[in-house]
Design a protein around this ligand. Sequence first.
Ligand SMILES: Cc1cc2nc3c(=O)[nH]c(=O)nc-3n(C[C@H](O)[C@H](O)[C@H](O)COP(=O)(O)OP(=O)(O)OC[C@H]3O[C@@H](n4cnc5c(N)ncnc54)[C@H](O)[C@@H]3O)c2cc1C
Length: 433
Amino acid sequence: MQPANGRHRVVILGGGFGGLRAAKALAREPVEVTLIDQRNFHLFQPLLYQVATGGLSPANIAAPLRSLVRRQRNCRVILGKAIDFNLETKEVVLEDERVPFDTLIVSAGAKHSYFGNHQWERFAPGLKTIEDATEIRRRVLSAFERAERVSSDAERARLLRFIVVGAGPTGVELAGTLIEIARHTLKKDFRRINPAEAHVLLIEAGPRLLPAFDPDLSEDGAEALRRLGVDVRLKTMVVDITDAGATVKSGDVEETLPAATILWAAGVQGAVIGEALAKAAGIQRDRAGRLVVQPDFTLPGHPDIFVIGDLSTYADASGKMLPGVAPAAMQAGQFVASVIAARLSLAPIPEFHFKDPGSMATIGRGAAVVKLGNWKFSGFFAWLTWLFVHLLFLVQFQNRLLVLMQWAWNYVTFNRSARLITDTNRFLGEPEN
Ligand SMILES: Cc1cc2nc3c(=O)[nH]c(=O)nc-3n(C[C@H](O)[C@H](O)[C@H](O)COP(=O)(O)OP(=O)(O)OC[C@H]3O[C@@H](n4cnc5c(N)ncnc54)[C@H](O)[C@@H]3O)c2cc1C
């Protein structure tokens, strides 16, 4: 149904980095924006690992979508899950409603990829959502609790072994924080076990960690992690994961590592809804389940459908791929909004140029690696830079203030005050006894 004011209807699927930026960029345009998300909040994924390790609470890194667009009169929010698309009638099909559009922007993000080994997921959860983070937090803290109560040395060692698979920024951040929890935060909390005896392993199939960074920063990162006590194993493949632990292979040598907690940070693929969109649009997805888009982020043969962010594969004129990071999704969101505005006002269509703001990863307490243009550095100053940038990009001032206070407190006291075991084991559907 056309809106009463006859305005152009832009429907945005996904209120993450790309979708929210597109919605905001359309604030002053003569359009009606409908922002659809299955969650009622925008999530700052770069700090999820802090929730997973008890440093921050979920509300510190999420903000209700309605409050974020409260002042934007041309934008309404629908809490709903998209399950399909009808591109003939130009509708997004939700579970209980159909939402018509003139232009559609899809920014539905990504999910974990277990490279075909779906059975590993229940033993090795990944980190993408608030639920993932609280599940990881539950597993990590429960492992220490159970270790305190067992009498078998072997079982205690299994409970105190933590394996992180994948040494991109998330894997590195998780491993660095786990060792900090074991060696500092929990130091005096238990009577029978010594948490510092925990064995934290970071397993990476490639030859170096943080592959998106320059090799010398990867080396700095590996060295910093090893100094903290993390067992970093490069050129090592995970070949099996069960509830007992992981089997890894390095060269021809296979080793089974009993472990109660295994965390997956090794691969991503396009969100599930991408499959329905590709089918409706009659196009193929790439091997990672993403939709290949044109230079203006539209789908081939569908000028009214834009796909941005982690669900899209975008190559610039020189063939360089757009990275799957928040700034790329946000810049794409801003850009497609400008294309829509230009089309409506019959102005020249702009071209997209990605401005790479650099990349950074924190290694642990007081250590990080940063690459900003030609400038690269590691150590304490890099860590301060990381803190500052992440605070700056948190969406609400209230969250920035709360996170700053938490971090200052955590740094001074070594404490992580959100160390709560709150959830049931969602993979088993009930709490463990
Ligand atoms: C743990 C972690 C750490 C990261 N760290 C960094 C970092 O330090 N720096 C950096 O730049 N990037 C980082 N990233 C990557 C960054 O978060 C993503 O590149 C970015 O979120 C992509 O934006 P997007 O809009 O494509 O998707 P998202 O921000 O993921 O948003 C997708 C939205 O779509 C919604 N959605 C999905 N399917 C449906 C459906 N069927 N119906 C309704 N709604 C739906 C989701 O609920 C979600 O809100 C990190 C990612 C993770 C997971």
